[in-house]
Design a protein around this ligand. Structure first.
Ligand code: SAM
Ligand code: FES
Length: 328
């Protein structure tokens, strides 16, 4: 077993409260009480992929599909900037309307309209090296590409694509100079937490996204059991201990399976929140998993609620762009 492998195993065997305390200390040492806010825009729920766990998969014929127009996206970013948000994340399914030249034109539009005084993160799956490079040149600073599971066989069975292809794409992002984020779901049937953490450790990400898998009734995994929040808390805490400088969100999925799930993640070393700042109508349709929280209010109204929740764990919402400290 590698050095990081045996360290991860030690952490996995540690009582959860001790692990969380250590991770919280490590997080506060780097970020103090700051919790960075990212304004999330879920811009399309069209998807050509058919991931077995995902509610917006191609074969979910029950889902009403939507795409935000470039004008709607610009308008939402404008509102976010007025409220002082300095970091935006645009995410969507794998949609031909958000690929190649169209995606590059969107990045150009955003930077030409609003300048460069804020961080821009995209998350649209695996794209070509040339597209990643052109997006970076157009002013996209960060990219999120979770590997989902480190088990190559399970990965191919669930996604229909190869794990190695996703890892290669992640390495392209790093090589080009992005702040690159990856991560996984905890609790996929047949998956291994230690393998996921070992792959994560080897990738040395700037951002780490980890959330619980929540079965969706319109997917092949509808009968899978949900493993709850604990594996996510453990994985978040271990990620913080392995990468003290990484930006790690308290995910919406964590807040969905437990009412105070995001607060617990923030007490386990997470230092980022990503409220969806889109409209109610779109939020409801971006249904990756059932029961998603915050879908009955329009985006910006969630921010007040979030800042109260954050104060309850003795941290403070912070509007700075929050680069990964390893990059400064
Ligand atoms: N298309 C992009 C990609 O391929 O990376 C990003 C969109 S994808 C919907 C965003 C994330 O949602 C995935 O990385 C996955 O981890 C998460 N997700 C999808 N289905 C989920 C489920 N049933 N439970 C929890 N998280 C889920
Ligand atoms: Fe495409 Fe989930 S299957 S985003």
């Amino acid at each position: 077993m590698s050095n990081s492998g045996s360290l991860i195993q030690d952490y996995i065997n540690m009582p959860l409260n001790e692990l969380m305390e250590r991770a919280d200390t490590a997080c506060r040492k780097v970020y103090g009480s700051a919790v960075f806010i990212r304004g999330l825009l879920e811009v399309t729920n069209y998807c050509t992929m058919n991931c077995a766990y995902c509610g917006i998969r191609r074969d979910n014929a029950k889902l009403l599909r939507y795409r935000m127009s470039n004008e709607e996206i610009l308008q939402t970013i404008k509102q976010g900037l007025h409220r002082g948000i300095k970091s935006f994340v645009l995410q969507g399914g794998v949609d031909p309307e958000f690929q190649g030249s169209k995606l590059i034109a969107l990045a150009d539009d955003i930077r030409n309209s609003f300048g460069s005084d804020f961080a821009l993160t995209f998350s649209f799956g695996v794209l070509s090296y040339d597209t990643y490079r052109a997006l970076f040149a157009a002013g996209v600073n960060r990219y999120l590409l979770r590997f989902e599971t480190a088990d190559a066989t399970l990965h191919e069975a669930l996604k229909g694509t190869e794990l190695s292809e996703r890892i290669r794409a992640f390495m392209h992002l790093k090589e080009i100079g992005y702040e690159a984020g990856t991560g996984f779901m905890t609790g996929l049937p047949g998956d291994s937490l230690s393998s996921n953490l070992e792959l994560l450790a080897s990738l040395e990400p700037d951002m780490i996204g980890i959330g619980p898998f929540i079965p969706h009734p319109e997917t092949p995994l509808k009968h899978a059991s949900c493993q709850g929040l604990e594996p996510t808390l453990r994985a978040v805490a271990i990620s913080r201990l392995l990468f003290p400088y990484a930006n790690i969100p308290a995910t919406t999925a964590a807040g969905t399976i437990e009412q105070n799930g995001r607060e617990l993640a923030l007490s386990a070393g997470a230092n980022v929140v990503m409220p969806n700042i889109g409209t109610k109508a779109y939020k409801q349709l971006y249904e990756l998993y059932p029961g998603k929280i915050c879908v009955s209010e329009d985006g910006f109204s969630c921010i007040n609620c979030l800042s109260v929740r954050i104060r309850s764990v003795n941290k403070n919402l912070d509007y700075r762009r929050g680069n990964s400290r390893g990059r400064v």
